[in-house]
Ligand binder design. Sequence first.
Ligand code: BGP
Length: 475
Amino acid sequence: MSFPKNFLWGGAVAAHQLEGGYREGGKGLSIADVVTAGSATARRRVTDGILEGEYYPNHEGIDFYHRYKEDIALFAEMGFKCFRTSIAWARIFPNGDELTPNEAGLAFYDDLFDECLKYGIEPVVTLSHFEMPLHLTTAYGGWKNRKLIEFFVRFATVCFERYKGKVKYWMTFNEINNQANFADDHSMYFNSGFICAPGDNHEQLMYQAAHYELVASALAVKKGHEIDPGLQIGCMIAMTPIYPATCKPEDVLMAERAMQRRFYYMDVHAKGFYPPNILKLWERKGYQMDITEEDLAALKAGCVDYIGFSYYMTFAIAHKDSNPQYDYNERADLVRNPFVQASDWGWQIDPVGLRYALNWMTDRYTQPLFIVENGLGAYDTVLPDGSIQDDYRIAYFQQHIAEMKKAVEEDGVNLIGYTPWGCIDLISASTGEMDKRYGFIYVDKHNDRTGTLERKRKKSFYWYKKVIASNGEDL
Ligand code: BGP
């Protein structure tokens, strides 16, 4: 007996990376709409509006806004039990600070969820997946501002009420901990909706913004349970285990410290309080945080029902004598792991690390685990006969699912589902490229904006269908 009978096999996407229709149905501008395309080597550029002559790949996405029926039929053909997507906040509240939601936006997701349910596909929904209404960043400074808590909780409440009976599985913030690399403007913007100005203390601002998000998440969880006690509301963490580069004790301690810095968000979501090492860090650095007694009570009362996480890679870290406090600096201290291979984009591929991650979380938390993203970004080629022979992708999934299976079977991990990322090709979040593909379904669209948007089944489509039909036995 390995995967439970009701295991949630499916796939994952996010609104801004595939919907397009960026000004349709009364939608307001979202922060993802003002980020330009990047490339394999250059990061995307955050702008403060839409500049003439720039290309914004999220404006069209893969036109899922108009083609979702066709795409969901393909997911159903693969046998999906669930489908993870997100709600574009700016479809529901175009500016983010209105009191009344936009009916056309609500109706779009009603239809989308109904279409899933028609095939017995359970929607799994992220409330904020790297986006928020642009107005909240320009008028309020994004998550630097406590006011955002109120706006987010209103948005969450409207969604929980509207989709009651249709959506049971929710997540609050996608990869909330990605901002731990506070030196990276791009991650800060997607997570928190602001870019640091010269002279700002990035680290302190990151902790403050993340605190407001954690409080907003906890309040939303509580509200959701009041609306429907049956809701399962999870967090979403980018799970990137950090190994010590060697067994030198200082490297081991450095790795432990790096894990604390990257994953304390999970502690707050799952246990309802800050771990002592973070409180000590703030004290040592003299950070005066805006954290009230009510906030602490809210965190305690709003623990998540499950831990959703993405898993793509592991890191390794070495200690430097110049760092006596063991402060984590992702850019300076991470080292290449010679024991694993990397994707074309340098992401270190480590299937055994997935089993390690599942065990690590099981040892610390009581909530069930849900792998809501995993996958291989790769260049695919359409052969003259029209087929896409993505054996490299199949091999990647075979190895990862085999490790998941051992974690469930041999280690007793309580895993409830698996939704590979970008089950249909979509816009890459980090590069804005179309040709970094993850899908079982190919979409004819390219970095240079050409393409018919036609969908094609890749070889991995038929393979994943077989995996689902055998509940993970036939890999
Ligand atoms: C995660 C994000 C997704 C997604 C994925 C793949 O960090 O939650 O939105 O895009 O990574 O990353 P990329 O698109 O940069 O290859």
